[in-house]
Design a protein around this ligand. Structure first.
Ligand SMILES: CC(C)(COP(=O)(O)OP(=O)(O)OC[C@H]1O[C@@H](n2cnc3c(N)ncnc32)[C@H](O)[C@@H]1OP(=O)(O)O)[C@@H](O)C(=O)NCCC(=O)NCCS
Length: 179
């Protein structure tokens, strides 16, 4: 089994792999996806992305094992600095670094290429692995949305979490800097 995770932009042809990632029980539990997602809705979503949407996938070899979506607001002058994140890793790939690889790439894209100074997300208050991942990347809890989502027969609360870009981060050299 390949243990190196690579990250690239999502391609329209990834829709079946993403449908699989987001059909898994833990992915449905941890996100706002409904069970029995349609592959066709994923095909359309990837074929016609909204303006300002960046979708990254984590790959083990050629296999797509996770996805992160970053929504930005290029047409909203007062919210151009903010981006909103959602993500999931295929259930059988949890705990193997795919989530961290995706978040590392998204933070780099946001900080040093898109000039976003605020990243935000919502996470269910009982989603310990996700909260741990986000705190590892500097997200902090800003508050609690009560009864945020209906999940598996009951309402669940969610933390609003955000990460403000540390001062000077955009000036650090990137691995991608041309010498
Ligand atoms: C949250 C999620 C994306 C993390 O992806 P992942 O590939 O498992 O993440 P990683 O392997 O990079 O682990 C990231 C951190 O999470 C923590 N973690 C992983 N599994 C954990 C667990 N079962 N309990 C507590 N912490 C855990 C680890 O501390 C790890 O950091 P470390 O490696 O520095 O110790 C994944 O669990 C997932 O897809 N869950 C279902 C969908 C979901 O909840 N999405 C988030 C919506 S807000």
């Amino acid at each position: 089994m390949p243990d190196t995770i690579t990250v690239r932009h999502t391609e329209p042809s990834d829709f079946e792999a993403l449908h699989k990632v987001l059909s898994q029980p833990r992915a449905i539990w941890g996100t706002a996806q409904l069970p029995y997602p349609s592959a066709e809705s994923w095909r359309k979503r990837l074929a016609e992305p909204p303006p300002g949407f960046y979708s990254l996938v984590a790959c083990a070899g050629d296999e797509v094992v996770g996805q992160l979506g970053l929504h930005t607001a290029p047409n909203s002058p007062r919210r151009r600095h903010a981006g909103s994140i959602g993500m999931a890793v295929r259930d059988d790939w949890h705990g193997k670094g795919a989530g961290s690889a995706l978040m590392r790439a998204a933070v780099d894209l946001a900080d040093r290429w898109l000039n976003l100074t605020r990243l935000e997300l919502e996470v269910y208050t009982d989603n310990a692995p996700a909260i741990r991942l986000y705190e590892k990347f500097g997200f902090v809890r800003e508050g609690v949305h009560k009864q945020y989502t209906f999940r598996d027969g009951r309402f669940v609360d969610a933390y609003a979490m955000a990460r403000l870009r540390p001062e000077g981060t955009e000036l650090l050299h990137s691995d991608m800097t041309v010498a």
